[in-house]
Write a new protein. Structure first.
Ligand code: SF4
Ligand code: SF4
Ligand code: FES
Ligand code: FES
Lengths: 264, 253
């Protein structure tokens, strides 16, 4: 009996169907990468502007992109974290430069953002079953993308940043409970912290790395909670991105005197 | 209630082929596989298609419908407009045998490369005692019907034939995750997931999850957790130090 086996296929069985179209999809598959590209670009443009904008503080509000403010020369005493400013007079650049690398790195190495920008910016792939334009592909198996594996360290940093933003919000609540800005900061702090907790690395650290949940009931419960949040990770990533941008802009507009209504 | 639908079906053998146009009757409640069968019965008796259960459970009828990997038997005609031309092609990533039938032996070869479930020495079958919460996570992965649409859609091999030797595909990376999470499996699978089976190629763009007819969260629940386990083993100096200090054996916790 002649039988064609996997190890010794007849020549005719080695070839894929030759279809020259890049994709035969008829839906609007280009929308997701296009929308991603536009939103992320807008965010990057805003963040670049915000770093170099110096109106980041108006008591009791602290713009999230510049918090914590760690330099003596650029942070007025009220804007410092517990009055602490480890960097002396010599540091005169924008304070955001000191810390923004942490939340930026957290989002850049986030599994959701990776998916979104690999699709929207690198087109690898632009959408499912649409050929990518690159002739070679090694993904995250080697340098530089293998560095994405540091994500969990950014997660540790993001916990700290999340706590600082919560502290800023509580401080505003104590000093100006009726201020619109206070509530803007509170909502933002909640969303940022939910995003941080929904992280895949967080899910792994709570108990994902274990094989015997039954021996670690508390961690298992924490894992269950994080898993629920994790299922909404993409949504939290986007909503918290808008909220941090909105809160930052809001504080700066108050600081600039653009927003002057009584409860601003 | 019937109407005439326009179909374009890929016909050919061993790679060479073309899209052929058909006009064919459609009745209420039918699925794409029914229409393919009607084509066979009325206009193209030699049209090749693989199928078995017609219930979305055997994973035989994987094809690409309007460019998307779908099960022919689970794709309702009512989801298309009556004037829409429906294009049906074989899965692109695997060699074609004839018409809509592809040679999926790549997948069986990859399955064989993964060491099977290995219980601790001295524990006989029948003596395994596991708690539900310990096995629950991997039970999701057991819903797989091996339709191989996830491996078909994955751009790592769909767009790069040359990656096939180094990449097991989402279906089998998920199998590795399933075993690595198993409370009774003693084989250490982290290094080999990365080095032998190409987990690093996956850039978590989630197309496997998008096409899975069983709605398994392949990327979120298998691939990303497996990537995090590999980080523990290979890329996290703190975990490495912790293992040294507390003399934890590197294997399973
Ligand atoms: S998530 Fe990874 S395995 Fe799944 S299709 Fe994308 S690249 Fe392939
Ligand atoms: S994981 Fe889903 S898509 Fe992949 S082979 Fe199994 S059922 Fe099919
Ligand atoms: S923040 Fe998105 S995965 Fe960690
Ligand atoms: S025929 Fe069995 S899944 Fe479609």
């Amino acid at each position: 009996m002649t039988q064609t086996t996997a190890d010794n296929p007849a020549p005719a069985r080695r070839q894929r169907a030759q279809i020259k179209e890049r994709t035969l999809r008829t839906d609007q598959w280009w929308r997701y990468p296009l929308v991603t590209f536009i939103i992320f670009t807008a965010f990057l443009v805003y963040a670049t502007w915000a770093i170099f904008d110096n109106d980041f503080f108006v008591a009791p509000y602290h713009a999230p992109f510049a918090s914590p403010c760690l330099a003596e020369a650029v942070c007025e005493p009220d804007a410092r974290l517990f009055g602490w400013a480890p960097l002396g007079d010599w540091y005169t650049w924008p304070p955001g430069l000191l810390i923004l690398g942490l939340p930026a790195g957290f989002r850049f190495t986030c599994y959701y953002y990776r998916k979104a920008y690999y699709r929207g910016f690198w087109l690898s792939p632009p959408a499912c079953a649409v050929n990518e334009p690159h002739s070679k592909y090694t993904g995250e198996s080697r340098f530089p993308l293998i560095l994405q594996n540091v994500h969990r360290y950014f997660f540790y940093a993001a916990i700290v940043i999340g706590l600082i933003l919560a502290y800023d919000a509580v401080k505003a609540l104590i000093e100006k409970p009726g201020g619109v800005g206070t509530w803007v900061l509170i909502v933002n702090a909640i969303l940022i912290n939910l995003y941080t907790l929904s992280c895949h690395s967080c899910r792994h650290i709570t108990a994902g790395r274990l094989n015997h949940f039954s021996k670690h009931p508390i961690r298992y419960r924490a894992w269950g909670f994080v898993s629920k949040l994790n299922a909404k990770h993409q949504e939290l990533a986007l909503v918290s991105m808008f909220s941090v941008m909105g809160a930052d802009l809001y504080v700066r507009l108050v600081a600039k005197g653009v927003l002057t209504f009584p409860f601003a | 209630m019937g109407y005439k639908a326009k179909f374009r079906v890929w016909r050919g053998e061993g790679g060479e082929g073309r899209l052929e146009d058909f006009t064919v009757e459609v009745n209420e409640g039918e699925v794409v596989l029914d229409i393919i069968h009607r084509l066979q019965a009325t206009q193209a008796p030699d049209l090749a298609v693989r199928w078995n259960c017609k219930a979305g459970k055997c994973g035989s009828c994987s094809m690409e419908i309007n460019g998307k990997p779908r099960l022919g038997c689970m794709t309702r005609m009512s989801t298309f407009g009556e004037d829409e031309t429906i294009t049906v092609t074989p899965m692109r990533t695997f060699p074609v045998i004839k018409d809509l039938v592809t040679d999926v032996s790549f997948n069986y070869a990859k399955a064989r490369e993964i060491p099977s479930f290995t219980p601790p020495a001295g524990v006989e079958p029948g003596e395994y005692r596991m708690q539900q919460i310990d096995v629950e996570r991997s039970q999701e992965f057991r819903k797989c019907i091996e339709c191989f649409m996830c491996n078909n859609v994955c751009h790592v091999i769909r767009d790069h034939e040359e990656n096939k030797p180094a990449f097991a595909g989402p279906r089998f990376l998920m199998r590795i995750a399933e075993l690595d999470m198993h409370p009774y499996d003693v084989v250490d699978r982290k290094d080999s997931a990365q080095e032998d089976h190409g987990l690093g190629f996956c850039n978590i763009t989630k197309c496997c999850t998008e096409v899975c007819p069983e709605h398994i969260k392949i990327t979120d629940n298998a691939l990303i957790p497996m990537k995090e386990r590999v980080v523990d083993r290979k890329y996290d100096p703190l975990v490495w130090l912790g293992n040294k200090i507390f003399k934890r054996t590197g294997s399973k916790s």
